[in-house]
Design a protein around this ligand. Structure first.
Ligand SMILES: Nc1nc2c(c(=O)[nH]1)N[C@H]1C(S)=C(S)[C@@H](COP(=O)(O)OP(=O)(O)OC[C@H]3O[C@@H](n4cnc5c(=O)[nH]c(N)nc54)[C@H](O)[C@@H]3O)O[C@H]1N2
Ligand SMILES: Nc1nc2c(c(=O)[nH]1)N[C@H]1C(S)=C(S)[C@@H](COP(=O)(O)OP(=O)(O)OC[C@H]3O[C@@H](n4cnc5c(=O)[nH]c(N)nc54)[C@H](O)[C@@H]3O)O[C@H]1N2
Ligand code: SF4
Ligand SMILES: [Mo]
Length: 713
């Protein structure tokens, strides 16, 4: 690839009107969209109507994409190299050549001293990660990470231990369900457009919803039953539900006999965990638990226990998630309409998948620095566990890490305790952020490489597994307004500067697409006409009697997991009640608003106008005892950190807990709208960077407790 040449943008220069099929980039769901362009400007955004489930709909964030592109000059507009101390915000503008040369020289120095394994990268996972994984593979590093240790890893590892499939191996057929049980899965606000629409359709068709959460989100308002469970006791509830199912013989005997192992062990284990027993832990009346489970049994198998991504993130969330999945299994809600459906791969449709960029590259020889897949055999090696990368950065064990690239990921917002993180980051020779915003991490980095926004660039193609596996395209709608570049170009440029250019010999995105599509029977023109293309005409269903493809050693659903046993981990652990709280102490819970995405839309002009603060939810009984009234300013503190927050009094939060929306309290001065508004929940998670459940691996973010007092006291 030519060193100085910007990527080919010929297709976006046309005058006149055109429709570009693409993928939204305002959150990581990446819905299929339709972009109306006139005279080189985006005029209109909507959902891609070629995708039936999506239709023309967009959520508020998706619709605010135009203001990311046009109204927002508070984002990096050209490469920046740090000149002052880390985090002080002193930068010099650089050309792409200068910035890329600078990064490549520093990376080369790290490689020369410690080997390529000393370079780590994290991204936001998802359908484009073939690019980042292949970049690392090309230069010889095994250390690819994503965000998932703070998101779905417990659920993922729970699914692996039962089915041998990851968390995306089975998908929820929500629109055909009769009863959906949601554990803090705030499906209406923490939304994916298609899923939210399916949920509303199912509810309109008479389905029931049981919503379980210590705080009532908008989803609670839509539900037919709401349980304000005591935080961190879902596992107790699930053990009692399983007890009720097994001892009352409500389970699907035929399905369990054919596909399930370990039922006798489970039966013995849950013997003491009765509906009465759970009541004192969860606060949910035993009689309600008993009538609920009979209601479910009547609707089975069109039922689903949706553990979401995280079942919140407490020390026992792995077991909460695992037992929610076990309830699906007991009711036989697998590969049946209205239950969980195997996500089919291209091969299941008799087709070839997209060709990986990494295919011609040799596998890196070194072991992962986080121990996933070898030291910790029950943790999926794929994207590893990012908090264990931090441990390695701090200790140089099992080896030294010298450089870290954050691509579309903001760990200083997304992992707990940014001040503890900074101490680890300070040991690096190089920290690079590739972002469209001044994220907290970008502000702390040595170099910011600004990516063009999703409307100004194309990505590599994505293949989404599902009942109908589908290829999706993010195409470029308009030319970049500023000196920003697409990721495929940035990584190609870095690879060639590091002597691996032969693997990224692409001049234009179409060259990459053509490579990816080889042998699939699909061509670029077809994709450009629709944006989405299914590899199967009809939804594929496996034969439930003989054709289910569990990837466990036994080929069955393993209630007693061989994967866990091998690692010395219990498949069923005794319930641990949460620790008692002091009079002014609360569990700190967090979640999302429907109009923001994590921390990266806080500064978006339109979305900021709708919501720019995050008052702290407090139960009136606890507030009264502390002398706090609605609208008061309170000091919320954790050891070594405190902040002021406005009090929102509401009975819709469990008295043991307070609640904050995530994504506020931004500290980057150039994000002028969002700067300083509200409270950053991750800053209150002091000391939690390395707190995680050894069975599930995910950060136990919800183990944070805070103290509350009236401001001025
Ligand atoms: N608008 C919008 N949509 C999004 C996102 C976004 O940022 N904005 N992010 C996307 C991502 S990455 C994700 S992972 C999903 C997250 O989707 P969800 O997991 O559905 O969403 P959250 O809003 O984080 O809600 C977490 C809920 O868990 C509850 N909770 C806390 N502790 C417990 C507990 O012990 N038990 C139970 N049962 N509940 C508990 C909290 O009170 C909170 O309401 O949303 C996705 N969709
Ligand atoms: N305290 C606390 N911690 C949390 C959570 C919480 O609720 N509270 N939620 C957790 C969850 S579920 C998740 S998934 C993670 C999410 O954590 P992250 O993945 O870090 O969050 P995002 O805000 O989605 O995006 C990360 C970065 O991507 C950048 N970005 C957005 N679009 C683009 C693009 O097109 N190109 C590039 N290069 N960059 C882009 C954004 O500006 C942002 O800086 O956080 C987790 N951590
Ligand atoms: S959920 Fe909203 S913001 Fe996220 S990709 Fe879909 S339309 Fe865009
Ligand atoms: Mo997430």
């Amino acid at each position: 690839m030519n060193k100085t040449q910007a990527p080919n943008v010929a297709n976006v220069a046309d005058p006149g009107k055109r429709t570009v099929y693409s993928m939204c980039g305002m959150c990581a769901v990446r819905c299929p969209i339709q972009v109306e362009v006139e005279d080189g400007r985006v005029r209109w955004l909507q959902g891609n109507e070629n995708d039936k489930a999506m239709g023309a709909s967009l959520c508020a964030k998706g619709a605010a994409g135009l203001s990311l592109l046009y109204d927002d000059d508070q984002r990096p507009l050209q490469p920046l190299i740090r000149v002052g101390e880390r985090g002080q915000g002193q930068w010099r503008q650089a050309s792409w050549d200068e910035a890329l040369d600078y990064v490549a020289q520093k990376l080369q120095k790290v490689i020369d001293a410690h080997g390529a394994k000393a370079i780590a990268l994290s991204d936001r996972g998802g359908p484009f990660n073939d690019l980042t994984k292949s970049f690392l593979k090309a230069i010889g590093s095994p250390n690819y990470f994503n965000h998932d240790c703070t998101c779905g890893r417990n659920t993922h590892h729970a699914a692996l231990s039962l089915y041998g499939l990851g968390r995306k191996g089975l998908s929820y057929d929500i629109k055909n369900t009769r009863h959906i049980v949601l554990y803090g899965r705030n499906i209406i606000e923490s939304l994916q457009v298609k899923e939210a629409k399916d949920f509303m359709k199912a509810m309109a068709a008479g389905a029931k919803c049981t919503y379980i959460d210590p705080r009532a989100s908008l989803t609670a308002a839509k539900a037919t039953r709401y349980w304000q469970i005591r935080p961190n006791t879902d596992y107790a509830l699930n053990l009692a539900l399983i007890h009720e199912v097994i001892y009352n013989e409500l389970y699907d005997k035929e399905f369990c006999a054919r596909w399930v192992s370990g039922l006798d062990e489970l039966k013995t284990f849950v013997a003491p965990y009765t509906a009465q027993w759970q009541e004192e832990h969860t606060g949910i009346p035993a009689a309600e638990v008993q009538s609920f489970i009979r209601e479910i049994a009547a609707d089975a198998p069109k039922v689903m226990f949706h553990a979401g991504w995280m079942t919140a993130r407490h020390m026992q969330s792995f077991y909460s998630s695992r037992t929610a999945s076990i309830l699906n299994v007991l009711f036989g809600a697998i590969e049946t309409p209205g239950g969980l459906i195997f996500a089919k791969k291209a091969a299941d449709a008799g087709r070839k998948p997209l060709r990986s960029l990494g295919e011609p590259m040799p596998k890196p020889v070194d072991q992962r620095v986080d121990g996933c897949g070898w030291k910790y055999s029950h943790f999926d090696a794929g994207p590893g566990l990012l908090h264990l990368l931090y441990e390695a950065m701090e200790t140089d064990q099992p080896y030294h890490v010298g450089a870290y690239i954050c691509y579309r990921h903001d760990p200083l917002s997304a992992l707990p305790d940014p001040e503890a993180q900074k101490k680890a980051l300070d040991r690096l020779d190089l920290l690079v952020a590739i972002d469209v915003n001044y994220s907290e991490t970008a502000w702390y980095a040595d170099v910011i490489l600004p990516e063009a926004t999703y409307l100004e660039r194309a990505n590599i193609l994505a293949l989404k597994d599902g009942a109908k596996p589908t290829i999706q395209m993010r195409d470029q709608a308009v030319a970049p307004l500023h000196d920003t570049r697409p990721a495929w170009w940035i990584f190609g440029q870095l690879a060639s500067r590091l002597g691996a250019g032969q693997y990224f010999n692409f001049q234009a995105i179409e060259d990459i697409w053509a490579y990816q599509l080889e042998g699939t029977g699909v061509d670029i023109a077809q994709l450009r006409q629709r944006g989405v293309l299914s590899l199967a005409d009809q939804p594929i269903m496996f034969d439930r009697a003989e054709g289910l493809k569990f990837k466990t050693p036994s080929g069955k659903i393993e209630l007693v997991s061989s994967r866990l046993s091998q690692a010395g981990i219990e498949s069923f652990a005794p319930f641990q009640p949460p620790k008692a709280l002091a009079d002014d102490e609360f569990r700190l819970l967090f979640g999302r608003s429907s109009v923001h995405n994590h921390a990266h839309t806080a500064n978006n002009p339109l979305l900021h106008e709708i919501l720019h603060d995050n008052p702290i939810w407090v139960h009136p009984r606890r507030a009264e005892a502390l002398g706090l009234a609605d609208g008061d300013e309170a000091v919320v503190s954790a050891p070594g950190y405190s902040a002021k927050a406005k009090v929102k009094l509401t009975p819709w939060i469990h008295p043991d807990a307070v609640f904050l929306l995530h994504g506020f309290g931004r500290t980057v001065p150039l994000q002028k709208r969002a700067f300083g508004n509200g409270v950053a929940d991750q800053r209150l998670q002091v000391g939690l960077l390395h707190v995680y459940d050894p069975a599930g691996g995910a950060n136990a973010l919800c183990e944070a407790t805070v103290r509350l007092a009236r401001a001025g006291k």
